[in-house]
Write a protein that binds this ligand. Sequence first.
Ligand SMILES: Cc1cc2nc3c(=O)[nH]c(=O)nc-3n(C[C@H](O)[C@H](O)[C@H](O)COP(=O)(O)O)c2cc1C
Length: 190
Amino acid sequence: MKKNIGVVPAVYPMPVLIVAAYDKDGKTNAMNVAWGQICDDDKIILFIGEGKKTWLNIMESKAFTVAIADKAHMAEADYLGIATGNKVSDKFARTGLHESKSDLVNAPVIEEFPLTMECEFLELAKTEYISGIVGKIVNVKAEENVLDEKGKVDPVKLQAIMFDQFRNGYYMTGEHAGQAWNAGIPIVKK
Ligand SMILES: Cc1cc2nc3c(=O)[nH]c(=O)nc-3n(C[C@H](O)[C@H](O)[C@H](O)COP(=O)(O)O)c2cc1C
């Protein structure tokens, strides 16, 4: 028996993305973003509230990085979603995380997160209802210890946390359930 539960953003899981950018003086700020999605093989869209410090920084610097938050750094990731660089001038420094400038884009790479997309700002996709920052992914940096023997990212090793917008929980990924473009083949062959 299905129950109507009203209007809720009922997509699960949501990612926990850490978006980092420099301000006009080259100071790093970062925020937690769940409303982000790959929208082409080399493009990402982030729905960040206009006027948030990271949004302002991206508009200024025209570049950003997007890291996948892992379980080991859940507290830091969550803090980056609570505090704002508009009010806390040393927001990033307070996390104790380390960063270095990307060699490819004008944005900081946070060292502790295992996987980081380096992005150039492409456009603000803005309509009456949405405002999305579209970036071109020019490279991905991944720690060797999250790669499999073929050099591909292994989600089990990544230990990414997922966000549940129903109850505001963070959950773990990790169990391999099957292969895409494969699990459905028996039905194709029917
Ligand atoms: C789990 C989680 C997910 C979030 N997702 C988003 C999001 O997708 N878009 C957004 O604008 N803010 C999101 N936030 C809130 C921002 O991270 C928060 O407003 C932050 O203070 C912005 O930082 P800044 O002003 O320093 O850029 C999220 C916060 C949390 C804890």
